[in-house]
Design a protein around this ligand. Structure first.
Ligand code: MF3
Ligand code: CO
Length: 255
């Protein structure tokens, strides 16, 4: 897949997509409480996106049946919302969502603990989030895609966690998935060089136990092979000639 350098106009549209996506996440975050179904979280997310005249980018993407991926506990990514899946005290819940504004995408994910969670679960959530910010530090022109993977990998493995290898981050723009692939581990070779105007969805998917995953029978849900917890954190990032810019953010809303 091609790596597409964005124009200033495209960046502005992606910023607006990202702002609306951040507001959407904020509403879903407030709603996550014991007793809510993952279906209701999805419906709320879709409603907020549509209230801004935007399109939920995941809905019908390769046949995906919802606007939000809601992945609970050992579910890594792509959990399909269901009326029968009720959030419980002690769960950790990953919400992955995408917004299209005037033809441009933003993609981001967050993981939340519900009520009382274990210390290790909280550490997983915190380390997964911080691994994104470690990667952000190396998002500078002249560095390479490999530097991102290395930053995530070194940070999380030093804390005893593992990085999923079967799924990777990606370029994002007029399409949800563009080049380059952005792994959360170092691959052979440096990978493409980072250039101003690249927009990347950087998304550590981090496990407490093995990095190995399994594919469920619904053809979407990915779970850890050992049943241990998994967390996901993602933002859409613009590479510039200076500091990188997080596009999937809004003023006054916690990242
Ligand atoms: N957020 C996922 C990604 O980053 C995409 C979800 S796939 C979908 O690649 F089908 F659910 F849209
Ligand atoms: Co993504």
């Amino acid at each position: 897949m091609a790596i597409i350098i964005k124009s200033q106009r495209e960046i502005e549209l992606m910023k607006e997509a990202g702002r609306i996506l951040a507001l959407t996440h904020e509403e879903m975050k407030k709603a996550i409480k014991p007793g809510i179904s993952t279906y209701d979280i999805d419906k709320l997310g879709e409603e907020v996106i549509r209230s801004y005249g935007c399109i939920p980018s995941f809905l019908n993407y390769n046949g995906y049946p919802a606007s939000v991926c809601v992945s609970v506990n050992d579910e890594v990514i792509h959990g399909i919302p269901s009326k029968d899946r009720i959030i419980q005290d002690g769960d950790i819940v990953s919400l992955d969502c995408g917004v299209i504004y005037k033809g441009y995408h933003s993609d981001s994910a967050r993981t939340y603990g519900v009520g009382q969670i274990s210390d290790r679960a909280q550490e997983l959530i915190d380390v997964t989030k911080q691994s994104f910010f470690e990667a952000l530090k190396v998002c500078r022109e002249g560095n390479h895609i490999r530097d991102i993977g290395e930053a995530v990998y070194n940070y999380i493995t030093a804390r005893g966690f593992s990085a999923v290898e079967d799924f990777v981050g990606h370029g994002v723009g007029a399409a949800l998935h563009e080049g380059p692939e952005v792994p959360n581990f170092p691959r052979k070779g440096k990978g493409p060089k980072l250039r101003a105007g690249m927009t990347l969805a950087i998304e550590p998917m981090i496990n407490v136990g093995t990095h190995e995953i399994l594919w469920m029978d619904d053809d979407w849900t990915i779970v850890t092979a050992d049943g241990e917890l998994s967390a996901h954190y993602e933002n859409t990032v613009l590479i510039t000639e200076g500091d990188p810019v997080i596009l999937s953010r809004a003023d006054g809303i916690e990242l």
